[in-house]
Design a protein around this ligand. Sequence first.
Ligand code: GLU
Length: 293
Amino acid sequence: MTSAGAGRFAPSPSADLHIGNLRTAVLAWLFARSTGRRFLMRVEDLDDRTHADIADRQLADLAALGLSWDGPADRQTAHEQRYDAVVDTLNARGLLYECYCTRKDIAAAPRAPHAPEGAYPGTCRDLTQDEREARRQETQRPPALRLRTDTVECTVHDVLHGDYTGLVDDFVIRRGDGVPAYNLAVVVDDAASGVDQVVRGDDLLSSSPRQAYLARLLGHPEPVYAHVPLVLNSARARLAKRDGAVTLAEIGVPDALRQIADSLGYAAATVDGMLAEFDPQRLPRVPWVYRPR
Ligand code: GLU
C-alpha cells in the first residue's frame, strides 16, 4: 500500500522517554510504515525551550530501537512565525477573544448544566469594549486568546476507538505568556508537514475533537487517528520515571524491544520483524501493565 501522507511521533522534551513513550513511538512507526506513509519526527519544544539535551537523548533512544524517520527532526521553536500567522488569520476572521481568567477563576465560575468539567464557562466571551479595558487594567497581565466555538460537538473517527464525540469549548489558542497553545501548534504543524495519520497515547483522545474542529476551520484535511492504550505501573497508575527502570538507559535496547514486542503479542523483537507481524485490528485495547523484569 502506498500513500503520499505521513505519520509522526511528537515527543515533548520534558524528560527522557520511558518504556510507554517508546512503545507509542514504535506503534506510530508501525502504523506509518505499514501504510506506506512517511514517518516524521517533531520535537514539541515550545514549553521546553532549554531542553535540547533531553531532545537529543530522546532522538538517540528512538534511533537505538531501530526507528527511522524521513528528513531531520523538526523543532517547533524553529518556526514560530507559522503559529503567529494562523493566530492573525483567526483574529482577522473575528474568531478570537482575549481571556483574562486564571485557572482559579475558571474553576470557580458557574458552569452551564451540561458543560463538562474543565470546559471554559465563557466568562470573557461577550465583554463590551469598556469591560475588556477594565479587565485589562485589573489583571495587569497579558491575556490569553480563546477561540469562539459556540461550544459545539465534534466527532472524530479513531481506528481503535471508533467514532469519538467531544464537546469543543472556547479553548485557548495562545496562552497569556505568548506561547502558542498545544492544540494550535499540533494542528498547524501536522498540516504544514503533510501529516494525515496521528498515532499517540489515548490520554490525548479527548483533545482530538478540538484539534479536528480547528483543522476544519482552517481548511485542513482531518487526519486518521489511532489513540493507543497507555502503559501503567504495577499499581495501575500512569507509568512515570519515578517508577524506576523505565528508560532505555535503565532497561537496555534488547530487553526494551523484547518487552514491547511481548506486550503487543509479536514473536519478533526487532522493529522490522514487528512490522511484518503488524495488524492494527489485533492490537491490544487495554493498557499494558509494565513490570520491570
Ligand atoms: N507532545 C505531546 C506529548 O508528548 C504529543 C502530541 C501529539 O502527539 O499530538 O504528549
